[in-house]
Design a protein around this ligand. Structure first.
Ligand SMILES: [Zn+2]
Length: 326
């Protein structure tokens, strides 16, 4: 019975997921691949190579004056300032801004190995750069995320994240906003808050619960070992994250990533900082949360042909493994 696949609907996106625990044994879920093409000596994000990066937007320095976290322009931006481009039913200018947050001067490390104090500085720069991009004229939404490892889409090994100011609201954002608005109208509370409360009531999908944040495996995950980090106090947008919530997130994100790395044997992952479109970000239903998405391989034909995702470990089992990991 336990290995029987089930169809589950994710209320956040309205999308169906196949939870198929038996698939963990298929050869597709192998340990992650590592492809190292360059080392620290030729890394543009390492100290001493600052001149090789694009324009610096912000930096946080330590007591000795050396930088600890930097924000620079992306060399190959997905959205760029001053782009004109055609406007038609199928064309729009890719006008915006694309930044990289260099999370540490250290080349061979990652967030799970950083101190809570350093992680708080990283998150502070994410928050402050989100605020700067959100103020930009013409910005409708800001994508904020991190890719770690080749299977996550990362091309550079040095720990870094990205922000992209977008001139249009992407469907993935507007769909979540529409559903959250409708849910709040009917039920009188934000959807993500309801999912957090349900996870806490059921207990078996909770990974970690602290005064500021709750980490749990969602009922209908897109992939095995997917984790949501949801604030316990309302936070409508990333630039509204206060000092207590930021410090609580630094502590919980470090803890959760150490568990994820232990359970998945160091698998690649993405962090996605979720939030509403900027036009919706002051609505009562708007909330921020973080998703930790483990990446073991790309989408296969089934996912491509159906748009459904397949999680090879049930979230109840994922949460048990993550709770017991440390
Ligand atoms: Zn480096």
């Amino acid at each position: 019975m336990r290995d029987e696949p089930s169809l589950r609907r994710d209320l956040v996106t309205g999308r169906w997921s196949v939870v198929a625990p038996g698939r963990i044994k298929t050869p597709r879920d192998v340990a992650h691949a590592t492809t190292l093409v360059r080392d620290a000596s030729s890394c543009p994000f390492c100290p001493g190579h600052e001149a090789e990066t694009e324009v610096e937007h912000a930096r946080i320095t330590g007591p000795e004056g050396a930088w600890l976290v930097r924000s620079v322009g992306n060399r190959f931006p997905m959205m760029a300032e001053g782009v004109s481009g055609a406007r038609s039913a199928v064309d729009a200018p890719a006008e915006g801004q694309h930044e990289v947050i260099i999370e540490t001067p250290e080349h061979d490390t990652d967030l799970a190995a950083l101190s809570d104090e350093h992680l708080a500085l990283v998150l502070m720069l994410y928050r402050d750069r989100f605020a700067a991009l959100a103020r930009r004229r013409g910005t409708r939404a800001v994508a904020m995320f991190k890719n770690r490892g080749p299977r996550s889409g990362a091309s550079l090994r040095h720990p870094h994240g990205q922000l992209v100011a977008l001139p249009r609201v992407p469907e993935g954002v507007s769909l979540r906003d529409r559903r959250a608005r409708r849910y709040a109208m009917i039920h009188g509370r934000p959807l993500i808050e309801q999912l957090r409360v349900e996870a806490l009531e059921a207990r078996h999908r909770v990974v970690a619960d602290t005064p500021e944040w709750t980490a749990f495996c969602p009922y209908a995950p897109a992939r095995a070992h997917e984790i949501f980090l949801v604030p316990t106090r309302p936070c409508p947008r990333w630039d509204a994250l206060d000092a207590d919530a930021l410090w609580g997130l630094a502590q919980q994100l470090g803890d959760v990533l150490r568990r994820q790395q232990r359970v998945t044997e160091g698998a690649d992952y993405n962090l996605v900082f979720r939030g509403s479109a900027l036009t919706q970000a002051n609505e009562p239903f708007s909330r921020v949360w973080v998703e930790v998405i483990t990446r073991r391989g790309g989408d296969a034909g089934f996912e491509l042909s159906t748009g459904w995702s397949v999680a090879a470990v049930a979230p109840e089992e994922s949460a048990r493994q993550l709770r017991e990991a440390l």
